[in-house]
Design a protein around this ligand. Structure first.
Ligand SMILES: [Zn+2]
Length: 327
């Protein structure tokens, strides 16, 4: 079945591990590439430009580069790859593009950014990124930035809301047609987004906190609000976001289906999507790359979802949110 994946970190992996070649058609360095996307019958992949913390560069043995340089490099790497395989895949800036690409026999790539720190408190940077083709922005990663506070085990930080700039910026993002992504945001930030946003928003890669207590996951209250707002959350394949014991390293399709069931029960079937987090997660992954989503489809059947419901989870819900909030 066709599917849309709202989050992967494959561009970062490419940059860190395979920078010279940077071939996204068939890459040993990533869990997502065009060849396996096609094998998996993928409709669209959101390719995130994730801004690594300084420690991330150090871990990879790479000298940190300024965010703007890094963003341009990853943007260019994706565009170069899309130009090389024009029959296979093309950029999509909205739902209409995805449909047009599909009609032309092509898959779609959606460019997104993870961590609004590069916006640096300047509204014009948001427009600049929009003009480069970015169509979703995770407001924070795991540190404070100009938008607000991150998810945190510290309850004071977790309750912090958006900054004044963050509040203004999300209004502007929705006017432009850029998805507001609350994955990684503090709980306080989530509630500000829910209060301020006039259009649906997303959690591109977050699960249910009731089933897995990681502070990155959404509480039932948040899932209800997200569903009522017409938004969606993408089921994350990372073991630490799936298991009741967050130290467990096993990621199974059965666990993903349980999160999908819980989220559908709490927020409605229309708010469940997929956000694999491929190339940003580690562990024993039953679904280890983008060609294997049929395993999730079977697990969802076992969990009692109908064919129509699985279609919603696999791509229809995200396509609807894109129609409502992405231009
Ligand atoms: Zn993430």
């Amino acid at each position: 079945m066709k599917f849309i994946d709202m989050h992967c970190d494959s561009l970062m992996q490419l940059f860190f591990q395979d920078k010279e070649k940077a071939d996204l058609f068939s890459s040993a360095a990533t869990s997502v590439d065009f060849k396996r996307m096609k094998e998996g019958d993928q409709l669209a992949q959101f390719f995130a430009v994730f801004l690594p913390p300084v420690e991330g560069y150090k871990m990879m043995g790479i000298e940190p580069v300024p965010d703007d340089v890094y963003i341009q490099a990853l943007h260019d790497a994706l565009m170069k790859n899309l130009e090389q395989y024009p029959e296979t895949i093309a950029l999509a800036k909205n739902a209409a593009d995805i449909k047009a690409n599909l009609a032309a026999g092509k898959m779609s790539a959606v460019l997104t950014m993870e961590d609004g720190r590069a916006v640096d408190g300047k509204m014009e940077k948001i427009k600049e990124f929009y003009d480069m083709g970015f169509r979703a922005l995770s407001l924070t990663w795991n540190a404070h930035n100009c938008f607000g506070a991150p998810n945190s085990k510290d309850s004071v930080i977790m309750q912090e809301g958006l900054t004044d700039f963050g509040k203004e910026a999300i209004v502007y993002m929705q006017e432009l047609g850029m998805l507001v992504d609350v994955s990684h945001l503090s709980d306080g930030g989530f509630y500000d987004v829910a209060k301020i946003c006039k259009k649906p928003f997303v959690a591109t890669h977050s699960n249910a906190r009731a089933l897995c207590p990681h502070q990155r996951n959404l509480t039932d209250d948040m899932i209800k609000i997200l569903g009522n707002a017409g938004g969606a959350t993408g089921i994350n394949f990372g073991p630490e976001f799936l298991n009741e014991d967050i130290t467990c390293k096993d990621s199974t399709a059965a666990l993903m289906a349980k999160h999908a069931r819980h989220i559908a029960d709490v927020g409605g079937i229309d708010c469940v999507g997929i956000g694999s987090d491929f190339d940003g997660i580690m562990g024993n992954l039953e679904i280890s790359d983008c060609s294997k989503l049929a395993v999730l489809e079977s697990a969802l059947v076992k969990e009692g979802f109908s064919g129509d419901e699985i279609e919603k989870i696999f791509y229809k819900n995200v396509l609807r949110v894109m129609e409502d909030a992405m231009k």
